[in-house]
Design a protein around this ligand. Structure first.
Ligand code: 4FV
Length: 262
């Protein structure tokens, strides 16, 4: 996978390329990553990359010529790479999109600044518009880093044996189960017994149940159109049973006769 970032602040990416799993992926040639300074493609003594908006209004707009020239220069070297504009107008990024992007040969990220880029760039030079969320950033750079980070860890061989993307949050569109490590007791709180049992079948079942509960409590929207497999159905039915028992117990306490809807 080849990442190229078009930006007027290439220095922002130096620490990003040089740390953690991204650095390891570069060192292992699992990815190649570089920046191109849009200003290097801007005319005039001041290499101006922005100008006032037609029709008036506040802020500045990124000029089309330097962007077009820089995109053409990169596409010449990597004709198979897709151009991605980071913009609030784009489809909202998620793990499913990350998995799809990870299959690309190369990605060219166009980072806007100011109010955004001239619309004629979006019309003729951009393959994909992606937003990292419904809020406004000062520039597309940090959004490009978010996407590069999420995509890089999905590239085969980037995550070593111990850590794998298979068990990710959202890999099954469920939130991840709780994680524990030593010490066994921390400030009076024990690690759940099942995790110390060595019984991997029980541990897997517990982790799935924890993922389902967390997703149900924290992100029920993720469960809405999500198919449920048999093991999950068993867990959900056990819950219903447990909840029914609780209601019956409370009913018998308060002497009410039958369950609602029965
Ligand atoms: C953004 C987002 C974002 C808009 C104008 C940069 C800013 C400025 N990019 N997801 N949300 N971009 O707010 O990706 O050019």
């Amino acid at each position: 996978m080849n990442f190229v970032v078009l930006t007027i602040f290439p220095e922002m990416f130096i620490p990003f390329w040089e740390h953690g799993i991204i650095k390891r992926a570069v060192d292992r040639s699992k990815i190649s990553a570089s920046t191109v300074n849009i200003r290097d493609f801007a005319e005039g003594r001041h290499h101006t990359t922005d100008d006032r908006p037609y029709g008036g209004g506040c802020g500045m707009v990124m000029k089309p010529e330097p962007l077009a020239a820089s995109i053409r220069a990169v596409k010449k070297k990597q004709p198979c790479s897709r151009t991605v504009l980071l913009t609030p107008q784009g489809r909202v990024f998620n793990q499913k999109i990350a998995r799809t992007l990870a299959l690309s040969e190369g990605l060219i990220f166009v980072c806007g600044r100011y109010e955004g880029v001239d619309e004629r760039i979006c019309d003729s030079f951009i393959d994909d518009e992606i937003s990292i969320g419904d809020y406004v950033l000062t520039g597309g750079e940090v959004a490009a880093m978010v996407i590069i980070d999420a995509v890089t860890r999905l590239i085969p061989g980037v995550l070593g044996g111990a850590d794998s993307a298979e068990k990710d949050s959202f890999s099954e569109d469920l939130l991840e189960h709780a994680h524990y490590t030593r010490p066994r007791t921390f400030e009076g709180t024990e690690v759940p017994e099942v995790l110390l049992s060595g019984n991997h079948k029980e541990i897997e079942k517990w982790r799935l149940e924890m993922s389902l509960i967390r997703t149900f409590l924290k992100r029920p929207d993720l469960l809405k159109n999500r198919p449920v497999n048999t093991q999950e159905m068993e867990i959900l039915e056990k819950w219903c049973l447990d909840i029914r028992k609780i209601i019956q117990a409370r009913q018998s306490l308060s002497g009410a006769d039958s369950l609602p809807g029965n």
